[in-house]
Design a protein around this ligand. Structure first.
Ligand SMILES: [Zn+2]
Length: 265
């Protein structure tokens, strides 16, 4: 079983425009798909991916309902596991978590750079605590985003400090805890109860550094992820194979860990 834990798609009527804006902002020459759910699934199928976790982001408080309506609409699409999003400035953030939970959404994505908050701000605590109580899986964008100016709002150090707020509910640090930040990932995240995803890491993450982190942190808490359309899942799978891990560890990272988290057989 292969599960891609970090992908994106958009409502059909917005897909082309949104993909083009984000592509230009980040300098991505050839997105792996056009931005629609159908094209995401095609790319996933070509790569041999069985399930793609689609991470939606409410970039402002007014968008929260619409973004989550789209996430909920994807629940019926075979091969897609949609996550929802809450914005820290939305007065409905806490009740929106209930709505997502009741609809059957399994996880929440935060992109602190896009959403304009530092991940360790006190105002986030009630949201994190509620996420923990409901048992959502939480994905944090971590480290530099090529399309957004500095400062970085979530890095290995800040994230390492807030992990206890989730009361044991699973937390994932995207992009292997932040590009080029391997030293701090080892220092602040390795050995803690946190998952690292490999989104957008192919061609960026030095294999030797990645192998060292996997050895210290354990293959049980690494998740294969592409960031499709910004990376092709075929390349992200190849990156995991490139590490030349044991067959057992490779299978865990490619899908078994994700299947356990998502309760998929
Ligand atoms: Zn992403």
């Amino acid at each position: 079983m292969i599960i891609d834990f970090h992908t994106h798609c958009f409502p059909d009527f917005l897909a082309e425009k949104t993909t083009e804006i984000l592509r230009r902002r980040s300098g991505i020459l050839r997105p792996a798909h056009s931005g629609t759910a159908a094209s995401l699934l095609n790319t996933a199928k070509r790569a041999g991916v069985d399930h793609s976790v689609v991470l939606n982001i409410a970039t402002n408080p007014h968008q929260q309902t619409k973004v989550n309506d789209f996430a909920i609409s994807l629940l019926n699409t075979e091969g897609i596991i949609p996550f929802g999003s809450v914005h820290p400035e939305s007065e409905n953030a806490l009740s929106e978590l209930d709505r997502l939970y009741d609809a059957g959404i399994r996880g929440i994505k935060f992109h602190p750079d896009y959403q304009g908050f530092y991940c360790d701000e006190d105002r986030m605590l009630p949201i994190y605590e509620k996420i923990g109580r409901l048992g959502f899986i939480t994905v944090f964008h971590c480290g530099l985003d090529m399309g957004i100016p500095l400062p970085i709002h979530c890095n290995a150090k800040r994230l390492g400090e807030i992990l206890p707020s989730f009361s044991g509910a699973p937390v994932i640090a995207a992009h292997f805890g932040g590009f080029g930040d391997c030293e701090n990932v080892e220092k602040y995240l390795c050995g803690k109860d946190v998952y690292l995803d490999t989104a957008y890491c192919s061609g960026v993450l030095p294999p030797a550094a990645a192998k060292e982190i996997i050895a210290i942190h354990g293959a049980d808490r690494i998740l294969m992820a592409s960031d499709s359309p910004w990376n092709d899942p075929a390349d992200s799978i190849e990156l995991i194979k490139f590490f030349e891990l044991s067959d057992e560890d490779e299978a865990k990272i490619l899908g078994e860990n994700a299947a356990r988290l998502l309760n998929i057989n």
